[in-house]
Write a protein that binds this ligand. Structure first.
Ligand SMILES: Cc1cc2nc3c(=O)[nH]c(=O)nc-3n(C[C@H](O)[C@H](O)[C@H](O)COP(=O)(O)O)c2cc1C
Length: 487
């Protein structure tokens, strides 16, 4: 059997036999109903990003922007949920129409997104069809583990739940906790298990405290171990979707028809950005061809607390420099912490630092990084006055887009009075602003450009070389044909 023959063998995913090719969901708005529908129409699986789903388009096909009117954070949170539901329903209808009864439509929710369970419940109940099926075939959920309630909502709506996990440990926790009522019948609700390589995938990464971010592990060995656990739980026929670092499928030949791996499909995240249907700007697509190896960095700047992978542009460099301009401080004078900070607009006795740190702090202040901001870890960072105002404005405009935010300290739990109770952390970004700037495409140097670590492959891939010497951007159909050749 040739590689193409193997890659055309269907695999059972989310209730249907489809090609082993899955579109990775990408928020904010980097996958939508049209692009997901195009994947499904090829008898593959398309994935709508629920986060930041567009609520409408103008006559030129551009997304209608929305702004928040409420003066309170809680009011804006409620507005966001309403907009999210509206956007998801529009995108699901578009995908449903575009799939032409082929393939599968999935929708991606982030567990840590503010109100994700509420949005999911409302969307899944509104997308049910009269015959008891659903326009959505599966929910994929990452950035946190799905709860028992999430699994039940999916089951009640006739929708599979495809958990996204990055370790065997995460699957074990899920099976014993969120899917405990499906013991022995996991395949009734789990349509596939997405293994997302925590060292290579774009977006948020599931690296745990047991793993070293600087020491990537072989995905083959990790997926082999995952398959073993799945088989011992009666999940022999549940496919694994390998996500992260997948570019040329010829590099994954050993995984096909391999009993150690079992039924397998491949999730395409970054490569899918380079399609005509992908709604990101031409500038962002162009940027992908400029990326070099190691230009995508695993970092801890997400306000979710998770690792994430993004292109090292001006925004990433500024965040990294901000964290480097950091020293411990004390509020009380002591023998070791006895030097004042003489920044702009800072009462001279507010922060005490060590004599060793004094010289570098004075140098930062002299360079214009004259505003200290305290972190939750008894340290202060130094930024310019303008950056301090930007950080403050991002906090003030918070809409509660993630359930517990390190930057704004918003927590959606009413019993905690909507606050994490912690000090705001000025070392992380406002993820909503960063991702919206990326999709707006105006100033990509100051936007959050989530990318897989293999993004640099685009530049050297002959597929994207146009006949006229320019760049060739394929349709989803052309990409799928190409992937099926192994290239
Ligand atoms: C721009 C971008 C945004 C992403 N957003 C999400 C997201 O909202 N939810 C999610 O589960 N995964 C997200 N991902 C991860 C992808 O779905 C996919 O699993 C990953 O990109 C696969 O790795 P690859 O980029 O090496 O192909 C995102 C990836 C990228 C590149």
């Amino acid at each position: 059997m040739t590689l193409t023959d193997k890659l055309t063998q269907p695999v059972f995913i989310d209730g249907a036999w489809i090609r082993p090719l899955i579109q990775g969901g990408k928020g904010v708005g980097a996958t939508n109903g049209a692009s997901a529908g195009a994947w499904a129409a090829e008898n593959a699986a398309g994935t709508i990003a629920a986060i930041g789903a567009a609520i409408g388009y103008d006559k030129n096909g551009r997304e209608i922007p929305y702004s928040y009117t409420s003066k309170t954070r809680h009011g804006r949170f409620e507005e966001m949920l309403e907009l999210s539901i509206k956007g998801c329903l529009l995108q699901v209808d578009m995908a449903h129409a575009a799939r032409k009864d082929q393939g599968r439509i999935r929708i991606n929710f982030l567990k840590m997104a503010g109100g994700s369970t509420r949005v999911m419940r409302d969307v899944l109940s509104a997308t049910r069809l009269p015959d008891g099926t659903n326009k959505i075939h599966a929910v994929t959920m990452g950035a946190g583990l799905a709860s028992e309630e999430d699994a039940q909502i999916c089951a009640d709506s006739g929708v599979y739940l495809d958990p996204i996990i990055s370790s065997v440990m995460a699957l074990k926790v899920l099976l014993s906790r969120s899917f405990k009522h499906w013991k022995g019948r996991y395949a009734d609700v789990i349509g596939a298990v997405v293994y997302e390589d925590p060292w290579l995938a774009g977006g948020h990464n599931g690296i745990t405290s047991r793993e070293n971010p600087d020491a990537p592990q072989d995905p083959y060995e990790r997926v082999k171990a995952l398959r073993k656990i799945m088989n011992s739980n009666g999940m022999q026929d549940v496919a694994i979707i390998m996500a992260g670092g997948v570019w040329y499928l010829r590099d994954w030949q050993d995984w096909l028809e391999n009993p150690e791996i079992g039924p397998i499909a491949f999730q395409i995240g970054t490569r899918d950005l380079l399609t005509k249907e992908c709604p990101i700007s031409d500038e962002w697509k162009g940027l992908l061809f400029e990326m070099k190896e190691k230009d995508v960095v695993l970092n801890k700047f997400s306000p979710t607390g998770f690792y994430s992978s993004a292109y090292k542009n001006g925004m990433m460099r500024e965040l990294s420099d901000r964290s480097k301009r950091q020293v411990p401080y004390a509020q009380e004078f002591s023998n070791s912490m006895n030097e004042p900070v003489e920044g702009v607009g800072v009462p001279v006795n507010k922060y005490r630092i060590s004599p060793d740190d004094k010289t570098k702090v004075d140098a930062w202040i002299a360079q214009g990084f004259s505003t200290p901001i305290a972190t939750p870890d008894n340290t202060i960072i130094f930024v310019t006055k303008e950056k301090e105002l930007e950080i403050k404005s991002h906090r003030a405009e918070c809409v509660g887009c993630i359930s517990t935010c390190k930057l704004s300290t918003w927590c959606e739990d009413a019993s905690k009075k909507f606050s994490t109770g912690k000090r705001p952390d000025p070392r992380v970004h406002c993820i909503r602003k960063g991702l919206q700037a990326a999709i707006a495409g105006d100033d990509l140097d100051n936007a959050l450009i989530f990318s897989g670590h293999n993004a640099f492959m685009a530049a050297g891939d002959a597929f994207y070389h146009g006949e006229d010497g320019g760049v060739f951007i394929p349709t989803v159909k052309q990409l799928i044909e190409r992937l099926t050749t192994g290239d």
